[in-house]
Design a protein around this ligand. Sequence first.
Ligand code: GLN
Length: 282
Amino acid sequence: MTQHSTLAQAIAWASGQLQSSSESAKLDAEVLLLHILQKNRSYLFAWPEAELNAEQQQRFATLVERRQAGEPVAHLTGEREFWSLPLYVNNSTLIPRPDTETLVEQALALPLSAQAKVLDLGTGTGAIVLALASEQPGWQLMGVDFSHDAVALAEKNRQRLGFEHVEIRHSDWFSALAEQRFDLIVSNPPYICEQDEHLSQGDVRFEPLSALVAPEQGYADIRHIIEQALAYLTPDGYLMFEHGYQQAAGVRQIFAQMNYRNILTIKDMAGCDRVTMAQKPQ
Ligand code: GLN
């Protein structure tokens, strides 16, 4: 693509290439180009006529081709922003989603002490626990995951952000947490049911099924956590989940069966039920 050597030309070319495979062709093109240039957005607007060298053009063309084949932009750049924090991502975890910021907001709105102990189950990239840590320097936070690759990734993100008040640990849900008590337990567990057609479209095809799919119509892990959490919550402790937009009633029912108190569902930015929380039974 030597004839498309300015930034503006490269974006125009790549947007055209990605038109049929991506709903955000222009944005994808911009993000991929900025990744190669190692610049932030304003650079594109300031220097549209800047020239790409041959090596940059070649690398850009390769990324555009991979994007055309469906790979998520975040996998191509190796990064995704969540709660304004830059996070490394790879194919061992979910790519952090804006919807999940609803859970972070809700957790920060709870009447917890400045020294609260907080656990994130299935932390993946560490997005949730690191976002909470960025707002609450006095909290003692722990993020666990059963995937060793996820633990390595979350730890890398923790170190990048320099959050000493977060511990990342390997654990299959609560298995490595004996004797610990938390004022707040949060989780974005797998909650999609196996037959969901959403699994064959878009970025999710490149994410681990173990982070997405759960038996029992998607409720198996949520149920397990609700039952087990009784032994790990402080007396007034809160348990909070992200879940599918049609699962609020189901999650509320499991909480109610286990006698949790003050069950509350919160909607995401799109107005869909997305987060349900409750307090430990008395
Ligand atoms: N919200 C995600 C999706 O729709 C699923 C996240 C999850 O299973 N925890 O792809």
